[in-house]
Design a binder for this molecule. Structure first.
Ligand code: ADP
Length: 221
């Protein structure tokens, strides 16, 4: 069996930026690995996700409960596992993933009261890893960013790319709960936390990248 390394964080935490940087550094170091990015918006397995995020089941994230929405995202991962990376992983390959099951813990647990979240976290891992049979990550790198910083970064990206946010990204009350859930999930599951701000200001992307690269090469690979 191979290794699965996941990068996780709320929207606007700089995940995609760090994912690219980690991949480049690992490539330069000669490491053999493959990339995964979820959701797979260009694949038919993401149909329900697109309907949900596009507001077809209701314009608020709460219009689809945590368990139903988690199933949509799990199905997309299952399709990619079976079609794209199972063989490589079974033969000992290393996979680096931008989001995974862990994103359900961050984005769906926020629909539940604090007391119900631990049971949801346990259900989530049981559902995808035991019942659906997908691999559990060997390491989850959680990029911790306060809500205000994440919101600033998201608005900046929307301006840079001239795009509008989906029903998660435009709902700041929902995103606030996502940050709380991310912190709770990181503790619950024992994720590796990377603090991305100092004194309320985002650290340099290069410095965050250095910390992530050191962790991955020294403690995971
Ligand atoms: P995510 O994938 O978590 O939503 P992105 O990687 O797309 O986040 O980053 C969101 C925005 O913040 C982008 O405009 C990106 O260029 C910028 N950004 C990411 N990391 C940093 C950083 N460390 N310092 C300053 N800006 C950053």
């Amino acid at each position: 069996m191979g290794k699965l390394i996941v990068l996780e964080g709320i929207d606007g935490s700089g995940k995609s930026t760090q994912f690219q940087m980690l991949c480049s550094r690992l490539e330069k170091s000669g490491a053999e690995f493959r990339r995964l990015v979820f959701p797979q918006y260009s694949e038919p397995s993401s149909a329900l996700i697109k309907m949900y995020l596009g507001g077809e089941f209701g314009t608020s994230p709460e219009d689809v409960n945590a368990y139903a929405a988690s199933a949509f995202f799990a199905v997309d991962r299952f399709a990619s596992y079976k079609k794209v990376w199972k063989k490589y992983y079974d033969a000992g390959g290393v996979l680096l993933s931008d989001r995974y099951t862990t994103s359900n813990a961050v984005h769906q647990a926020s629909k539940l009261g604090e007391a119900e979240r631990a049971a949801f976290f346990d259900w989530l891992y049981e559902f995808e890893f035991t019942l659906m049979g997908m691999p559990e990550p060997d390491a989850v790198i959680y990029m911790d960013v306060p809500l205000e910083t994440a919101l600033e970064q998201m608005r900046r990206r929307e301006a840079e790319t001239n795009t509008a946010g989906d029903i998660h990204e435009t709902d700041s009350a929902y995103l606030k709960k996502c940050r709380e859930c991310a912190v709770q999930a990181a503790e619950h599951y024992g994720w590796k936390r990377i603090g991305c701000t100092e004194g309320g200001v985002m650290r340099r992307a290069e410095d965050i990248s250095e910390e992530i690269f050191d962790y991955v090469t020294r403690e995971v690979l």
